[in-house]
Design a binder for this molecule. Structure first.
Ligand code: NAD
Length: 243
């Protein structure tokens, strides 16, 4: 149960929300945790936590990703947290928004996995955890065309990587949350005009009658790193949304 203890964990999008909670949870579990983001102000605050190193990393940039992995050294656990929610149906979607969603939500994970996987294969072990969503191949969610399409791709790439390397000590799983408290969720609530009405609608999606916490998602991430007999799975953690 303590496979992660003493391992090196690379977390992307660790500045806030789920990524931040996940970096703190891995550090608390005894891992050497490298927390990365493009928001250096947020990272500076995180740098004070024990067991955490911080580094700026823009996952949209191939060279940045390669440099970061070279600098960090052997990565045992990769947590791919970066993702952005665009609103709108297929007819409302702008092509440039879709391109951005593919780049940040999907290609970023391809970049980081390509950078860490050769080292994991050399050592014969590694765990990769990708942030997907219930809004994916699990569930069609209104007004989330670009997001749901790209988060479905995250499940597909998770399973493809798992299948290719299952015999070589690599595990690759996806986490599919329902609605989770985060700064970007609050931005989406504000963007809808009536914050309280938007909040009530987000709460109503979960039969548990509440929004999840980043810590609840972080617990699952640490569990999946430790779960040495599971790979290729997409784990819903959603207050019952997909029951
Ligand atoms: P968030 O959206 O509030 O924060 C995202 C972080 O990503 C920020 O710190 C930001 O600076 C960073 N970031 C943005 N572009 C980056 C880049 N190019 N390189 C590196 N970092 C970058 O966090 P959240 O809402 O907790 O979401 C985290 C992940 O969980 C995302 O993939 C999201 O799609 C997924 N998710 C969130 C929810 C939710 O309800 N919050 C639900 C399901 C899935």
């Amino acid at each position: 149960a303590d496979w992660v203890k003493g391992r090196t964990v690379l977390v992307t999008a660790a500045g806030q929300g789920i990524g931040r909670a996940t970096a703190l949870a891995f550090a608390a579990a005894g891992a050497r945790t490298v927390a990365t983001d493009i928001n250096e102000t947020a990272l500076a605050e995180l740098a004070e936590a024990s067991g955490i190193e911080t580094r700026r990393l823009d996952v949209l940039k191939d060279a940045d990703v390669r440099d970061a992995v070279a600098e960090v050294g052997p990565v045992d656990v990769l947590f791919n947290g970066a993702g952005f929610v665009h609103s709108g149906s297929i007819l409302e979607m702008k092509d440039e928004d879709f391109d951005f969603a593919v780049d940040l939500n999907v290609r970023s994970m391809i970049r980081t996995i390509r950078a860490v996987l050769p080292g994991m294969l050399e050592r014969g072990s590694g765990a990769i955890i990708n942030m997907s969503s219930v809004a994916s191949s699990m569930k069609g969610v209104p007004n989330r065309f670009a997001y749901g399409t790209t988060k479905a791709a995250v499940i597909g790439l998770t399973k493809a990587v798992a299948a290719d390397y299952v015999g070589q000590g690599i595990r690759c799983n996806a986490i599919c949350p329902g609605t989770v408290e985060s700064p970007s969720l609050h931005d989406r609530m504000r963007a809808q005009g009536d914050f309280e009405a938007a909040r009530a609608a987000f709460i109503a999606r979960q039969p548990m009658g509440r929004i999840g916490t980043p810590d609840e998602i972080a617990d699952l991430a640490v569990h999946l790193a430790n779960a040495t007999y599971t790979t290729g799975q997409a784990y819903a953690i959603d207050g019952g949304w997909t029951i």
